[in-house]
Design a protein around this ligand. Sequence first.
Ligand SMILES: Cc1cc2nc3c(=O)[nH]c(=O)nc-3n(C[C@H](O)[C@H](O)[C@H](O)COP(=O)(O)OP(=O)(O)OC[C@H]3O[C@@H](n4cnc5c(N)ncnc54)[C@H](O)[C@@H]3O)c2cc1C
Length: 477
Amino acid sequence: MGSPELPASRARDRARSAPQALHHEYVGDWGFRPIVPTQIGRGGRTFLVVVFWFMLVASVELWWLDTPARSIHGAGAMMTEGGRITGMVAGFLLLAQVLAMSRVRWLERWIGAHDLLTWHRELGAGLLILVLAHVVLITFGYASESGVSVFAETDSIWHTLVAMISAYIATAILVAVALLSIRKLRRRMPYELWYYLHLAGYLVLLLSYGHQFADGQELSKGGFGHWYWVCLYLFVVACLIQGRIIGPITLNLRHRLRVAQVVQESNEMVSIYIEGRRLEDLDVQAGQYFRWRFLARGCWWQAHPFSLSAAPNGRWLRLTVKSAGNHTSDLQNLRPGVRVFAEGPWGIFTAEHRRRPAAMLIAGGSGIAPIRALMEELPTGMIVLYRARSLDEIVFRDELEWLAEQRQATLRYVLGSRDDPEPRRAFSPDGMREIAPDLRRRDVYLCGPPGIVDASMAALRRLRVPRRQIHMDPFEF
Ligand SMILES: Cc1cc2nc3c(=O)[nH]c(=O)nc-3n(C[C@H](O)[C@H](O)[C@H](O)COP(=O)(O)OP(=O)(O)OC[C@H]3O[C@@H](n4cnc5c(N)ncnc54)[C@H](O)[C@@H]3O)c2cc1C
């Protein structure tokens, strides 16, 4: 069996490893590390959902405490109060939105980056509706109470309330960001452009701060409501600074990552070996990913997510990149020595988050990267399905076969085009049951192109595999 070599930039490593086989290194001093399932994610998620609803109710409670009994008379007052309530809830949702994307470690570990993103999207739609409702209700409510037209009232609000310009700008940015996030529109523009425009969302937090504290009746007068809201803001901003700035800078100063070696795995895939200082202290697991910024010409201004394709071993990290567009094509020509700035690790597509002692792993395309890494950290006896059009497309063949032997795993390549009988059978409920008769007692790890993910999900649903046992790592945001 041919075997890939280790990255060999340091003389000591070169002497020790090259041309030693990769797998010899694993069974040598490192071995397979046992990963114990965690309870943190399960309890943490429930805890956060409870806290979220509690605090959402608390934001309405602030309005309640500030509104004297029997003080609401008539349609105009009702609209104004409706406007105040939607304003308070929108203010809270905005903070929850930013927190979800703060990339702070504890939150990511409890919920997972992908679910956080889903929450962020869903909350975003709610936030937009609430902000628009707030603007309309307040304007119409005030107009009705003062007995003037809506236009006259808009003019009056503009001139009398202190921070209205920032409030209108914040609303305009929010609407623009929401429009840009519509899937059809987003797909039409380069990811990086969408990402940087989306960052304008932070301005909404800044601009609405002034409006809430200057014009919000519940918050402008000092007292409990005011300080409670200040604490919420401080907490979210602290998480943001930690997750987006301090965490990544500390990681990179500590580990000083560099490209050690680039190995061609197939026509369109390369593995990039990364070395650095004190990698044994890096708290990372197989199945997780980093956002990698390669500080080379033409690449440095973009950070893209790639999963580890080998379990961490304390000496180097490996990612495997398929050429999918401009950036990933440039990475195929990366040179050893290039400095790397990494943010992460993220993801709960890990052995730690499993529910059952046995697992089935399904991979297609570049999805083999995290699946290959997980083969080292999941318990022995797993079943691995690897979908490819032909044997030539299979990457890591030697490693996979060697790992299957070491880990008493069943490895099955599902080859052929989409309409061939073998793939159709393998991803049907009957086919899956044939491959893994005990499937309902296994965790399923799924990573690949949408076709494979959808077909597998449909079969797993038909076979009634519990949703909590299915772990997905869709390579898309
Ligand atoms: C969590 C995660 C893990 C991933 N792991 C791997 C891996 O191990 N190996 C691998 O080959 N690919 C992986 N990908 C996919 C990889 O990130 C994209 O293929 C790559 O970013 C495409 O960039 P491009 O400029 O070459 O292509 P483009 O043509 O610009 O984009 C191709 C597709 O990738 C999306 N994309 C582009 N840039 C980004 C970005 N910065 N962040 C998120 N999506 C982006 C675009 O929306 C588009 O759908 C992963 C993606 C995610 C979300």
